[in-house]
Design a protein around this ligand. Structure first.
Ligand code: G1P
Ligand code: ZN
Length: 539
């Protein structure tokens, strides 16, 4: 064992989802080591405990895993469960922590951000319930990282190619099958027979985007559910994601969108992101907005064996559309509104207050793990389609005719000047108190605030979680700064308008939202301040 002298970095503050930086930042001498030692210093239970370890296979994954294994041995960790070839999806890590009663887990990923020497890298710590570390833990790690002066490491390298047990000093390293436990969990939740039958007469396509879900999809959709090879796109993980961005949106998953909107499209299409926690769902010629997906899943969960007895409640992140709230009200179960970021769902799930939850950013999951889970959401849809015998379009139309439609879109202004972004937020914040009652473009503002979350389980308070402006018509816009970017600042504008059950559900989404977008731009001077004519990404 060796103790290596180091000096602190000042920028190791975890964001919405762990510490995420350019790969070159992580590749600096001592950078990863400082953060990992800060983690071991703060989370004392890891000494003598079990750590789950894996990543999405991006460039630098192997180097980081070897480093963490050596440091874990030197810091007295008793056992590391590491995925073969260093591969584990985020939801699989969450499940393995829970399944094996581990102390915690480390996921190496920058989610949907591109990988490679010019791309991004990240590290995230999950606690004993399988969920992302709460802010109390990430804050403590950050504080520790500011004063750290040495880290501990040991000799030893463990090949991750073969399954089985090896040791580094006194620590046991178990190289495990990344897929087996997770696939068994999925099979226990869903009606695989019904899905297999449905797939006998319908076509699906799944795009793993050369990222971590490839091996999981082969096992679950291919081997267990009998979807043919033609159903599986880009299922070989690669360190640079085949040169693409593992971000399932119309730009980066264009091959999938082209197929689903083309001639002879399959009945069902889906994709996941770099680390397997996000999902998108498409039908023939239709894209399901993630906010709608959450609402549809909540409304139909009772058709899936694991949720046959109903759901306890629903939670959504604040900027996610309120479609799920309407379903919860109809079911007579509570709906919770939490800040952006999966960590805020953990207490509600642990306390049994909710069963399903989701975010507009293509994340949906349930109490089966403590992370968002892309393949789970896709299996929910398949199970619902098999049970109802409807197409994706029919399910959506039926949903809107029952609950009304929440037209929804997110406009991102990426990598803008950080000061300009802060000034846009300040401009809106300064007006909040005066906005209620104001009329513009035929809309009247009913309320406006800066969102504060009071956790009903542990009483903790999270302030400044985004600015909300609500209208009498049921419309709303939300503005917040991203907490996952790695350069400059990203402003997100979330737009929503409500059309009741008997209203017109066939309007163009952007056209329907243009009034609210215009009001938002007027109030914030957004485009003028950040010098952009239009958002960089519309989703
Ligand atoms: C984004 C999403 C958020 C999600 C997070 C991690 O965070 O908006 O919903 O939880 O990525 O996947 P943001 O960049 O907005 O802080
Ligand atoms: Zn992700």
């Amino acid at each position: 064992m060796q103790t290596i002298t180091t000096t602190p970095f000042t920028d190791q503050k975890p964001g919405t989802s762990g510490l995420r930086k350019r790969t070159v930042v992580f590749a600096q001498e001592h950078y990863l080591e400082n953060f990992v030692q800060s983690l071991f210093d703060v989370v004392g239970e890891l000494r003598g405990g079990t750590l789950v370890l894996g990543g999405d296979g991006r460039f630098h994954n192997d180097v980081a895993i070897a480093t963490i294994i050596r440091m874990a041995a030197a810091n007295g960790v008793a056992r590391v469960l590491v995925g073969q070839h260093g591969i584990l999806s985020t939801p699989a890590v969450s499940h393995l922590i829970r399944h094996h009663g581990a102390t915690g887990g480390i996921v190496l990923s920058a989610s949907h951000n591109p990988g490679g020497p010019e791309g991004d890298f990240g590290i995230k710590y999950n606690v004993g319930n399988g969920g992302p570390a709460p802010t109390s833990v990430t804050d403590a790690i950050f504080e520790r990282s500011k004063v750290i002066d040495s880290y501990k490491t040991a000799e030893g390298d463990v090949p991750l190619t073969e399954l089985g047990e090896q040791s580094v000093g006194d620590m046991m390293v178990c190289v495990i099958d990344p897929v087996a436990d997770y696939a068994a969990l999925m099979e226990s939740l869903f009606d695989f027979d019904a899905i297999r039958n449905w797939l006998g007469t319908h076509a699906m396509v799944f795009d793993a985007m050369h990222a971590v879900t490839g091996p999981y999809a082969r096992e679950i959709f291919g081997r267990r559910l009998g979807a043919g090879e033609g159903a599986l796109m880009n299922c070989d993980p690669s360190p640079d994601f085949g040169g693409g961005h593992p971000d399932p949106n119309p730009v980066y998953a264009s091959a999938l969108f082209d197929r689903m909107f083309g001639e002879d499209a399959p009945d069902f299409g889906a994709a996941s992101d770099g680390d397997g926690d996000r999902n998108i769902v498409l039908g023939r010629g239709v894209y399901v907005s993630p906010s709608d997906s959450l609402a549809v899943i909540a409304a139909n969960a009772h058709l899936v064996p694991a949720y046959r007895d109903g759901i306890a409640g629903v939670a959504r992140s604040m900027p996610t559309s309120r479609a799920a709230d309407v379903v919860a009200a109809a079911l007579g179960v509570p709906a919770f509104e939490t800040p952006t970021g999966w960590k805020y769902f953990g207490n509600l799930l642990d306390a049994g207050r909710i069963t399903v939850c989701g975010e507009e950013s293509a994340g949906t999951s349930s109490d089966h793990v403590r992370e968002k889970d892309g393949l789970w959401a896709i299996l929910m849809w398949l199970n619902i389609l098999a049970a109802r015998g409807l197409t994706v379009t029919e399910v959506l139309h039926d949903h809107w005719a029952t609950y009304g439609r929440h037209y929804y879109s997110r406009h991102d202004y990426e990598e803008v000047d950080a000061n300009a972004a802060r000034s846009v937020m300040a401009t809106l914040e300064g007006q909040l108190a005066d906005l209620p009652g104001r009329e513009s473009h035929g809309e009247r503002i009913s309320a406006a605030d800066s969102f504060t979350y009071h956790d009903p389980v542990d009483g903790s308070v999270a302030q400044n979680q985004g600015l909300r402006v609500m209208f009498d018509s049921g419309a709303r816009f939300v503005m917040r700064l991203s907490g996952t970017g790695t350069s400059g600042a990203t402003l997100r504008l979330y737009l929503e308008a409500y059309e009741p059950a008997d209203g017109d559900h066939a309007q163009d989404v952007q056209a329907r939202l243009s009034r609210i977008a215009a009001i938002a731009d007027e109030l914030t001077a957004l485009r003028k301040t950040v010098f952009r004519d239009a958002p960089s990404v519309v989703s």
